[in-house]
Write a protein that binds this ligand. Structure first.
Ligand code: TPP
Ligand code: MG
Length: 289
C-alpha cells in the first residue's frame, strides 16, 4: 500500500480541475498524474528508467510531466512550480481563456525565493492560479518550527494580498471543495488563492531516509487521521459505498499496479541515441551528421 499516505492533497486538488486547466504538481503528487490520464504503466516505467516511461528513459525519478495531459514537468527546484504555474496563468489571461492553473509545493518550498516570485506576480497581475501547499510538517529533516517563525504557512499569503484557506490535508473532500471554489473564483477573474493543506509525512523523505528525527508519538497521532481510512469511513457512513465495493476498488488498484510492474519490467531501455531526442539543444557532432 502507499506508504506516503498524503495523497488526499493531490487527489483533492487534481479532481477539482477542468479538462483544459493546467497543473504544476510537485513530486508527491502522482495522484494528479493519474487523474489527468498519465497511466500507472508509464509512471512505473519511468521509475525503471525504461523507454516507455514518461521521459522515455531519460530520468528515473518523478521530476516529470506531460503537457499533452496538462501537467508541467516538476523541475526539482522546490517552489519553482509557483512561477511556472503563474506563467501559464498569465498566458491564459493574455489570451482571454477561461482556464486556471494550479501549482503545488511543500512547506519547505515556501521558504525559497521562487515561492515569493510566483506569489507576487500572481497577486500583482491578478492571475487565474491557485497555489497549494502540502504542509507535511517536515522539509527533509527540518521540522516546521525551524523552517518559519509563524504558526500557519497560510500567513505567508497575507504579505502578497492573496486570500488563503487552511484545510485538513488528510480529508480529500475538504481539499477538493476548497480547490473547486478557488478555481471558480480564479476562472472568473477573481485572482489567485492559497490553500494550505495540513498533513503529515508518514515515512522518510525518500526510501533512503529512516526519519529517526521524527518523534514516534507524532506519527502515532497522525496514523489515526489516515486519509484512506477517513475516506472509507466517510463513504460508508454516508451510504455512498459499501465495504465490498471498496475492497473491490482496492483489488483493482493492486492489479493495475502489478500490471504496470510487469509492463515496466518487459519494456526496453532507451537506445543511446535517444538521449538527444526531445531536448532543446543537440551537440555539434549531431548537427553536422
Ligand atoms: C533547490 C533545491 N534544494 C534542495 C533540493 C533537495 N530537496 C528535494 S525535496 C527537499 C525538501 C522539500 O521539503 P518540502 O518542501 O517541505 O516538501 P516535502 O518533501 O516535505 O513534501 C529537498 C531539500 C532540491 N530539490 N532543490
Ligand atoms: Mg514538507
Amino acid at each position: 500500500m502507499d506508504k506516503q499516505r498524503h495523497r488526499a492533497v493531490s487527489v483533492g486538488y487534481g479532481y477539482a480541475l477542468e479538462k483544459n486547466d493546467i497543473a504544476a504538481p510537485y513530486f508527491r503528487d502522482m495522484g494528479v498524474f493519474l487523474i489527468r490520464g498519465i497511466t500507472a504503466k508509464r509512471i512505473m516505467a519511468q521509475y525503471f528508467g525504461k523507454k516507455t516511461g514518461v521521459t522515455g528513459g531519460k530520468e528515473g525519478n518523478v521530476h516529470v510531466g506531460d503537457l499533452n495531459y496538462g501537467v508541467f514537468g516538476f523541475p526539482s527546484h522546490l517552489a519553482d512550480n509557483y512561477p511556472i504555474g503563474a506563467g501559464a496563468a498569465l498566458a491564459f489571461k493574455i489570451r482571454g481563456e477561461k482556464r486556471v492553473a494550479v501549482a503545488c509545493t511543500g512547506d519547505g518550498g515556501t521558504s525559497r525565493g521562487d515561492f515569493h516570485e510566483g506569489m507576487n506576480i500572481a497577486a500583482v497581475r491578478k492571475l487565474p492560479i491557485v497555489f497549494i501547499c502540502n504542509n507535511n510538517q517536515y522539509a527533509y529533516s527540518t521540522p516546521l518550527k525551524l523552517q518559519m517563525a509563524i504558526k500557519d504557512v497560510a500567513e505567508r499569503a497575507l504579505a502578497y494580498g492573496i486570500p488563503s484557506r487552511i484545510v485538513d490535508g488528510n480529508n480529500v473532500v475538504e481539499v477538493y471543495t476548497a480547490a473547486k471554489e478557488a478555481y471558480e473564483i480564479a476562472r472568473n477573474g477573481g485572482g489567485p488563492a492559497f490553500i494550505e493543506c495540513k498533513t503529515m509525512r508518514m515515512h522518510g523523505h525518500s526510501e533512503h531516509d529512516s526519519a529517526k528525527y521524527v518523534p514516534r508519538e507524532l506519527l502515532e497521532e497522525w496514523k489515526k487521521k489516515d486519509p484512506l481510512l477517513h475516506m472509507e469511513t466517510y463513504l460508508m457512513k454516508n451510504h455512498i459505498s459499501e465495504k465490498e465495493e471498496l475492497d473491490s476498488i482496492d483489488l483493482q488498484a493492486k492489479k493495475e499496479i502489478e500490471e504496470a510492474e510487469a509492463f515496466a519490467e518487459e519494456s526496453p531501455y532507451p537506445e543511446p541515441g535517444d538521449v538527444l531526442r526531445g531536448v532543446y539543444a543537440t551537440s555539434i557532432e549531431e548537427e553536422m551528421s
